[in-house]
Design a protein around this ligand. Structure first.
Ligand SMILES: Nc1nc2c(ncn2[C@@H]2O[C@H](COP(=O)(O)OP(=O)(O)OP(=O)(O)O)[C@@H](O)[C@H]2O)c(=O)[nH]1
Ligand SMILES: [Mg+2]
Length: 718
């Protein structure tokens, strides 16, 4: 294959709800571009894009895949993504490097929840988009209704560039507003016969042309003037206006297709090559340090790796976008993320599970390579003369968690290795061995997502596993001040042990200052503050240690031992054995023995004094609370709200957003178990949500009692 220059390269991500026909459209695009000579079919499990066994079994895409096709002396890199939100990782990484999103809409259903989710991502990443209504041949196709739903969702910026004359089983003709012609196809599609627009369609076509021209001119003042001067625009002028409109996200032109019958596909590709922006037409990408990197093929080479996959027989394949310069086979680049050198001895244009060897790739192009030593998703590489590091793919936070363990005990290590590999290929799968919970916690985007992970473990890694209910990482803290003293004394032959510690503990909160005086149980305690140490605890929260020793009652050299004793107790809170946090300790008095005092004695005295004080300081269990955002169609609002209330949610706000109601609430993690499944069945899959950790909050009294009972029972069992 020849090396295409930056201007000849268009990177598109195919987006839209599951079943819209993205993978089918890829087949038609590759066929039209002469890259394949026979179109495969999702139902026959022989498409270029869906090449994984699990995708064949489910007849749906689960991973993003990258292909190229050629048309009009241009190269179109196609990123086909899964429509199901469980596999959103592949969508986000693809969108990160795409320059235009093509939103495919099923003419049967119009805008669906997957369409909404993908358009929100496009908006978030500020990427231009065009819309294509597919399945115009389907007997249930209803183009006008689909168009209405597009208008509801995208507003007046969605304008028709084409419409089908006869959507439905006999579909064969499209009126093309830009060409101002009619395209007529045979049953097998391919090249259309181009005819004049028939009289019966003329009025509608002229009206739409005016709308399109007005919209195209809206984003370009000079064009607007031309439009008024000449009472219209030429095709060439219209194209530049549409490009400007698309780049500014001020315009979403709509096309129509039958991907299955290869109707409208060639013309759509031609449009993409003429009008979709190339990478250098978009705002220059900035490095994490804020340096602008021009997408210029003559600049220093830099690439960004957006995807890593592992293929049997080949090993790791890294997919990248050339961010600047021209990458040549054999180039030595510096991995600026890991600071090791990499040689890209062979470079390829990816084509599903295959690839075509190339000698160079210009800025803006997408390629892949094999046999890199230590390079993975999200790494930036460059010519050593620059050290660009690009922003990472903004993968969403996990929202579904489960505990996982191997069925046979000897498989722990194998499971660990397999999960590490899975995480490298799909960064939205999170694995954590929690020492605290004594569980391996697997998190992902939904139950379906994690079930597919389990399938890979079973079938590819041959580790049989089971899912268990995940434990909640509770915390313990105190709610009031308490005093205690403890003397540790041991005198049994040989060297003795002696240490005595007096302390007061109180709740710590951010910004609060140590007190100078306490009145507890009718007694006054003066605190002479001689130094404060604030420790950030690795499990969150703080411990503040205030040295109030006067008159040398305890030697300064024993203070670290006292602190160590307290820390030990913090790691295993007295209520449920969970980590404790947010406590201030004042050590204000004590006693030493001239011979027997040593570190061990003070560690034990400190630990026991702290434990005693903790128990009378109004100890409370805290639980992690997440900020949850739910987007739900208005009809389901009531059901979703009452479900949330049943989950102890505290609703923070409600707002309407593009036909959806947005609920923001704080919900305890303990109540979010299997929420993705519950929400989906409550709303027939019409809602979406995200969640992120917010804070630790005290659990209500009755739940604390339950947890204490459960812990006591657990202790008895052991
Ligand atoms: N009638 C008709 N069927 C189509 C058309 N395009 C795709 N299909 C069928 O629709 C089904 C789904 O197509 P896919 O290409 O897998 O859809 P997708 O958008 O890739 O779906 P996901 O991978 O699940 O996101 C398959 O059975 C296709 O054969 C079309 O233009 N007309
Ligand atoms: Mg697909």
């Amino acid at each position: 294959m020849k090396t295409y220059s930056t201007k000849q390269i268009k990177n598109i991500a195919l987006l839209g709800n599951s079943g819209a026909g993205k993978t089918t459209l890829v087949e038609a695009m590759l066929f039209e571009g002469g890259v394949i000579d026979r179109r495969g079919d999702v139902d026959h499990k022989n498409t270029v894009s869906d090449f994984n066994q699990i995708e064949h079994e489910n007849q749906t895409s689960m991973y993003s895949s990258v292909m190229y096709t050629e048309c009009n002396d241009s190269k179109i890199n196609i990123l086909d993504v899964p429509g199901a939100d469980d596999f959103v990782g592949g969508t986000v990484s693809s969108l990160h490097v795409a320059d235009t999103g093509v939103i495919l809409i099923n003419a049967q259903n119009g805008v669906e929840v997957g369409t909404e989710i993908h358009s929100r991502w496009l908006e978030k990443l500020n990427k231009p988009a065009v819309i294509a209504v597919n399945k115009c041949d389907h007997d249930q196709a209803n183009f006008d209704k689909a168009f209405e739903s597009i208008k509801d969702s995208f507003g007046g910026d969605a304008v028709l560039a084409q419409y089908p004359v006869n959507a439905g089983p006999g579909f064969d003709s499209i009126v093309d507003i830009i060409l101002f012609k009619m395209l007529k196809y045979t049953k097998d599609g391919g090249k259309p016969e181009i005819t004049d627009i028939p009289d019966a369609e003329m009025e509608r076509a002229e009206e739409l042309r005016n709308e399109l021209i007005e919209k195209a001119a809206e984003n370009d003042e000079a064009l607007m003037e031309l439009f008024f001067e000449n009472d219209g625009l030429t095709e060439e002028e219209m194209r530049s206006g549409i490009t400007a409109g698309v780049i500014a996200r001020g315009m979403f032109p709509i096309f129509c297709l039958s991907a299955k019958n290869n109707q409208g596909v060639g013309r759509f590709m031609e449009f993409l090559t003429n009008v979709a922006p190339s990478a250098d037409e978009l705002e220059a990408v900035k490095t994490t340090e804020g340096t602008e990197v021009k997408c210029d093929e003559s600049g220093p080479t830099s690439v960004f790796v957006f995807k890593t996959s592992v293929e049997s027989h080949i090993g790791e394949i890294n997919f990248f976008k050339v961010m600047s310069g021209t990458l040549k086979e054999g180039d030595d680049l510096m991995n600026n993320t890991t600071r090791n050198k990499e040689r890209l001895s062979q470079i390829f244009a990816p084509l599903g599970k295959n690839r075509t060897k190339v000698t160079s790739l210009a800025a803006g192009d997408i390629g892949c390579t094999v046999k890199m030593k230590n390079t993975k998703t999200n790494h930036s590489l460059s010519d050593p003369s620059v050290s660009h590091v690009f922003d990472k793919v903004p993968f969403p936070e996990p929202k579904f968690r489960t505990a996982i363990k191997p069925v046979s005990e000897g498989d722990e290590e194998k499971l660990g290795e397999a999960l590490t590999r899975i995480n490298q290929e799909d960064p939205t799968v999170d694995v954590e061995y929690s020492k605290e919970l004594k569980q391996i916690i697997l998190s992902g985007q939904g139950e379906y997502h994690l079930n597919i992970v389990k399938w890979h473990l079973d079938h590819e890694f041959k580790v049989e596993t089971q899912f268990l209910a995940p434990k909640i990482p509770y915390r313990e803290t105190i709610t009031k001040a308490a005093q205690s003293d403890y003397r540790h004394k041991k005198q049994s032959g040989g060297a003795g042990q002696f240490g005595e510690v007096h302390m007061i503990i109180e709740p710590y909160s951010e910004g609060s200052e140590p007190k100078a005086m306490f009145k507890l149980n009718g007694k006054e305690y003066k605190m002479a503050n001689r130094g404060v140490d604030t420790h950030n605890l690795s499990w969150g929260g703080k411990l503040e240690f205030v040295n109030c020793i006067v008159g040398g009652s305890i030697d300064a050299r024993f203070l670290p031992a006292i602190l160590k004793g307290i820390m030990e107790k913090l790691e295993e809170g007295p209520l449920t054995g969970s980590y404790a946090r947010d406590i201030r300790v004042y050590v204000y008095d004590g006693k030493m023995h001239p011979v027997d005092s040593n570190e061990i004695s003070f560690m034990l005295a400190g630990r026991n004094a702290f434990s005693q004080a903790f128990k009378v300081a109004g100890p409370k269990i805290m639980e992690p609370v997440y900020e949850v955002e739910v987007l739900v169609p208005a009809d389901y609002m009531g059901d979703v709200m009452s479900d949330l209330q049943g989950r102890r949610a505290i609703v923070q706000g409600m707002a309407s957003e593009k036909g959806f109601e947005k609920i923001t609430a704080k919900v305890p993690l303990a109540e979010m178990n299997k929420y993705s499944t519950a929400l989906s069945s409550l709303t027939s899959g019409r809602a979406m949500y995200s969640m992120k950790f917010d804070e630790y909050a005290q659990v209500p009294g009755e739940i604390q009692d339950e947890l204490l009972k459960a812990y006591a029972a657990e202790q008895e069992e052991e």
